[in-house]
Design a protein around this ligand. Structure first.
Ligand SMILES: NC(=O)c1ccc[n+]([C@@H]2O[C@H](COP(=O)([O-])OP(=O)(O)OC[C@H]3O[C@@H](n4cnc5c(N)ncnc54)[C@H](O)[C@@H]3O)[C@@H](O)[C@H]2O)c1
Length: 270
């Protein structure tokens, strides 16, 4: 695309990204295409998905934009069938990325059941639906990659219990898939981002424009993440460069979960 060949070689791959009209998904779809993959840009937001696919195509990449609602079985199966039809082969790289953003989550004891239902349906069952749609063709080909976008919230509490529990569940799903389908040449991994500058934060930033500035202090690398930080890791895991990596979680969090810099400084007395 635009003469730029990304560092990972995904030529010949057909990738499908869920939630690809959002912050991380958009850049991931772009980077997969720049690495040579044909990309199904999918989202519940059809115009966002179609618009991005047009941009990728105009840039010299191969993409199709589709409305795919990960909470609907028929939408998922239709999306995978349409992607295979238009992109010339079944999906062999699946990126489970969609979420419903909830920038200011309620406290646990005040959370309505609908919030739990939504997070579990979109994040957990959405990933299950898409993996089940992708696996038969991957098994037939003896090759395939699934990358689940999780979160530091899967491993420690940073707020938002229902989202955190759902993300923890797909860490487990990642390991199940890796072990159960490794014999078919299929790899399954997860990326675990810390705070990433995306539209998921828009409502919170409107309330408090200094949010990212305040969050920076918790990150040993001194900044919050950008979508490209996550997209690069996804492209790596999707590529043959990660050919012997499966069942793993790649932490992409600027050092957040490596320890607590503020606590360390207070222990040192500085
Ligand atoms: N932004 C962060 O700080 C952060 C931190 C850790 C992990 N992540 C993870 O990164 C991924 C992307 O997050 P983001 O910040 O880009 O979010 P985002 O809100 O910008 O994008 C999410 C996308 O998912 C789509 N979506 C919602 N419901 C859907 C459905 N039923 N079917 C299909 N698509 C649907 C939305 O339309 C949206 O385009 C998520 O898995 C998220 O958990 C983000």
């Amino acid at each position: 695309m635009s003469g730029r060949q990304d560092r990972f070689d995904l030529r010949g791959r057909v990738a499908l990204v869920t939630g690809a009209a959002g912050g991380v998904g958009r850049v991931t779809a772009r980077r997969l295409a720049a690495s040579g993959a044909a990309v199904a840009v999918t989202d519940i937001d059809k115009s966002g998905a179609v618009g991005l696919a047009k941009e990728i195509t105009a840039d010299g990449g191969t993409a199709i934009g589709l409305r795919l609602d990960v909470t609907r079985d028929e939408s998922v199966s239709a999306g995978f069938a349409t992607a295979a039809h238009h992109l010339g082969a079944p999906v062999d790289v699946l990126v489970n990325n969609a979420i419903v953003a909830c920038p200011v989550p309620p406290r646990f004891h005040e959370a309505p059941p609908l919030l739990w239902d939504t997070d579990l349906d979109v994040i957990v069952k959405g990933a299950v639906r898409c993996a089940q749609a992708a696996l038969p063709a991957m098994m037939a080909r003896g090759d395939g990659v699934i990358v689940n976008v999780v979160s530091v919230n899967a491993f420690a509490f940073f707020g938002h219990p229902s989202y955190s529990a759902a993300k923890a569940a797909i860490v487990s799903l990642t390991r199940s898939l890796a072990v159960e389908y490794g014999g078919h040449g299929i790899r399954a991994n997860a990326v675990s981002p810390g705070t990433i500058r995306t539209p998921a934060w828009d409502e919170q930033i409107a309330r408090n424009p200094a949010t990212f500035e305040a969050l920076k202090q918790w990150y040993p690398l001194g900044r919050i993440g950008e979508p490209d930080d996550v997209a690069t890791s996804i492209c790596f895991l999707a590529s043959d460069s990660a050919g012997w990596i499966t069942g793993s979680v790649l932490t992409v969090d600027g050092g957040l979960t490596a320890g607590n810099a503020l606590m360390a400084r207070s222990v040192e007395g500085s």
